[in-house]
Design a protein around this ligand. Structure first.
Ligand code: SAM
Length: 322
């Protein structure tokens, strides 16, 4: 497909010459204890958020990182895993793999814990991963899946699901759009490859993750990403793209729908010491409990005067019940 070829060409070029306009949100340099990140990895940060959440990193199964870029997040995951082949990196652009390998070699000079066998770099395609079924504890991708058209996105999600062990997690960071992006931008191969015009709405993005078989989803972050302005992009109104950080778990999708956590909580403040909704949710008086959107809606429907259900923060950070 033509746009996939355009994508490979763009990232072959971005491997040779770091491009600070490509993807990337402006955030302070990421710091972790006992980790030194070479400047060139920051310059080649082609992600639009972070997929690195320390609590997700498995101790007994590898992390698979798809679309390695300059290696920034691979190095961060490697720092958390710290064991041979704790992290596998896959990319289908040989030039990018070469640069990533070079950057990791550079990082070895200032990170004594990092050795050449900590990260296993492999040439391969997100659409046909060179990995066995059910072996990976965590799959991560940052700012790659949004480039794919729907058919390829579904295939990439199915591949991530296939290689994950049961209850394994898929960590994603991608742009989303408040309304469908017009065809003249969606069909522009270069803009798509630059992560500027392939974004889906949040609802569509999450629905495709669920359709791939992920039953539990957490929205961990959401922030402005790029403004597609009227004048330069030939639009009727400005379009503010956001970037989203999502972690999806390979758990069965419940018969009444997925559990999607967006940062909503329920707070019981009645006379009784606790409130039990009879569906497994027990709320202790005055203690906010994180609930998934499905449960939040069900609790709100009860219209109890002493039960408050809060809005999505879009920064869910664990805890709660579903
Ligand atoms: C936008 S960059 C993101 C790089 C990195 N994740 C980061 O956050 O800096 C997309 C990456 O995906 C790679 N890529 C593009 N198409 C791919 C595919 N079909 N399969 C695997 N990797 C691909 C590119 O070479 C590039 O390294």
């Amino acid at each position: 497909m033509q746009y996939l070829e355009a994508t490979r060409a763009l990232y072959a070029a971005a491997a040779q010459t770091p491009d600070d306009q490509l993807c990337c949100v402006s955030t302070p340099p990421w710091r972790m204890p006992d980790l030194d990140i070479p400047d060139v990895m920051h310059e080649m940060n082609y992600g639009c958020g972070t997929t690195v959440h320390p609590r997700d990193v498995p101790t007994d199964a590898p992390v698979l990182y798809i679309g390695v870029g300059g290696g920034l997040e691979l190095l961060q995951f490697a720092s958390l895993a710290r064991r041979p082949t704790g992290v596998i990196g896959v990319d289908n652009v040989p030039e990018m793999l070469d640069v990533c390998r070079r950057n990791l070699n550079l990082a070895e000079q200032t990170n004594p814990w990092l050795t050449s066998d900590t990260v296993d770099l492999r040439e391969g395609d997100a659409l046909k991963l060179p990995i066995d079924d059910d072996v990976v504890g965590l799959v991560a991708q940052n700012c790659l899946f949004n480039i794919f058209r729907e058919e390829e996105l579904d295939r990439a999600l199915a591949e991530a699901h296939r290689v994950l062990r049961p209850e394994g997690a898929l960590s994603l960071s991608d742009p989303i759009t408040p309304r469908p992006i017009p065809d003249h931008l969606r069909d522009d191969d270069r803009l798509r490859a630059m992560c500027l015009s392939g974004a889906l709405t949040l609802e569509d993005y999450l629905a495709r993750i669920v359709a791939a078989g992920f039953g539990t989803i957490e929205v961990r972050g959401r922030r402005p990403y790029r403004l597609l302005d009227q004048r330069r992009f030939g639009l009727q109104d400005h379009l503010l793209l956001e970037s989203i950080e999502v972690v999806a778990y390979k758990t069965p999708v419940p018969s009444d729908g997925p559990c999607i956590f967006t940062g909503r909580t329920a707070i019981w403040f009645g006379e009784a010491h606790s409130f039990d909704d009879g569906k497994g949710h027990v709320l202790r008086r005055d203690v906010p409990v994180g609930v998934c959107d499905k449960t939040a809606d069900q609790l709100a429907c009860l219209s109890l005067a002493q039960l408050m259900v809060t809005d999505s923060t879009w920064h869910y950070d664990g805890g709660g019940c579903c």
